[in-house]
Write a protein of this length. Structure first.
Length: 141
């Protein structure tokens, strides 16, 4: 298996609304997608397009959100994960497991509507890593 395209950088934030202002007014982002809830993942999500990838802003959906612990340690937010594309999610899961990496849960549908899973940061050079099946069709970031 070869590493695929960097799909997005996940950035945890206590406020997507405040982060949108930052990316628009300070970073000069011109394409900021409409935020949406992803209760199955415990987050609210907003994608910000850049010329070569996206930034995924993630805010806790509720008190059970898996990113609450991250925000407790990093109250201002910050880089949460990197996400790479793969052609086949099940093949990728088997490959990482064969390498001894701890896959966190079974593949599930992520914010782009394609299957994803996460790999434990201790097995990925200290970075929480999301693996996602490449979205089908044109114009996907």
């Amino acid at each position: 298996m070869l590493i695929g395209r960097l799909n997005h950088v996940g950035v945890a934030t206590p406020s997507i609304a405040d982060s949108i202002v930052f990316y628009r007014d300070v970073m000069g982002a011109t394409t900021i997608h409409e935020p949406f809830d992803l209760p199955s993942q415990g987050v609210k999500v907003c994608f910000v397009d850049t010329p070569n990838t996206q930034v995924e802003l993630i805010e806790p959906y509720d008190e059970n959100s898996p990113i609450n612990g991250f925000l407790a340690k990093n109250p201002a937010g910050g880089q949460h994960h990197l996400c790479y594309e793969v052609p086949d999610i099940h093949e990728a899961k088997a490959w990482f497991e064969a390498k001894g990496a701890r896959v966190l849960g079974e593949p599930r549908i992520g914010a782009h509507g394609t299957p994803i899973f996460f790999v434990h940061p201790k097995d990925m050079g200290g970075i929480l890593t999301e693996i996602m099946e490449t979205p089908k069709g044109e114009g996907n970031h």
